[in-house]
Write a protein of this length. Sequence first.
Length: 201
Amino acid sequence: MNYMAFHKQWHCHGCFTIDEVLAAHPEFDPADIARWLDDGDIVSLDKQGLFAFSTWKNFPDSPLLFAGKIRRPSYISMQTALGLHNIIADPPKAFTCVTTDTACEISNLFGDYRYFSADDSHMYGYGKVTIMGDREINMATPEKALLDLLLFEPDAACRLKFDTLRMIAIMNWRRLDRYAAAAGDETLNIRLENFLRHIGI
């Protein structure tokens, strides 16, 4: 299969593995992947055999799309989600996510990704958000993004620039209380109280 034909068939998938390609096209030669990697036509997203076309770099939101595919299941949270909700200014460039997979940091053509590991009981407080017209990503609500930040990186919360007025306007305080109670972590509750006091809420 030549590159143009392969691109036409697989670009819509966002990313892919060699096993997925072989399942659809048993005649496919995996050596083509190595050749296209060398040519820069495709890039490796991680060290576990996940690939994407370099042409996705032309789409500004593609890093968000790949954030939920590099580690599954996962959702965008913490600094990245708070930045997308316009609650913090100048969020760090690394994309922050929560996953039930192993915690890790990954860098590729599309950016730097930081995954924080949690058990299944922690996988709540996020929903589908549409980007790029017809693509969906999993992203934490403002309330869950804040709690995740206080849980995994409490020191970072004090260094970020929070828009207090914006936070007051969009935060669902009942939901925040409900999520905090669901976490069942007294230390997290104390961190939340101290943080809200710190920013004057």
